[in-house]
Ligand binder design. Structure first.
Ligand SMILES: [Fe+2]
Length: 145
């Protein structure tokens, strides 16, 4: 397998191989486009327990159980300071976009959240029986330097 092979062309054989060892398979699809993540969810419905997207850091509100029992969420969000630009201090990010110059982007302090997804999975079948998107306030988050 080539290191940059199209995931849509290789995921089914990888899942078939894993299914010989376990019924519990979680796919973290680290991708930019929501359409790619949604399509991957449909491709893997009934073949894996959960397809959850990551990378954008912005939690989506489309958690669902697909018709063949796969839990799905387009993006899990992120854990950390939310008064930020996806976890970084706001002003340096804005300056970076204005100047297009390389910029140091410190991790932000402030109001934090923990985001993700909880699922109940039937072990024998690997099917998700309940899915819950979570987003909890953590209060003030302080950076450790
Ligand atoms: Fe990423």
């Amino acid at each position: 397998m080539a290191p940059l092979e199209n995931p849509f062309n290789m995921i089914e054989s990888a899942v078939d191989c894993l299914r010989q060892q376990t019924s519990l398979i979680l796919v973290d699809f680290h991708a930019e486009a929501t359409s790619e993540k949604i399509a991957m969810g449909w491709l893997l419905d009934g073949k894996v327990s959960l397809v959850v997207g990551t990378h954008t850091h912005v939690q989506t509100a489309d958690e669902k159980i697909l018709p063949r029992g796969t839990g799905y969420l387009t993006d899990a969000g992120f854990c950390g300071p939310h008064l930020s630009v996806i976890g970084r201090e706001i002003e340096p990010v804005i300056q970076g976009f204005k100047t297009m110059a390389p910029m140091r982007l410190p991790v932000a302090d402030g109001w934090g959240k923990m985001q993700g997804v909880l699922v109940d999975v039937e072990i024998s079948s690997g099917q998700v029986k309940r899915i819950e998107r979570i987003s909890r306030d953590l209060g003030s988050v302080v950076r450790h330097s």
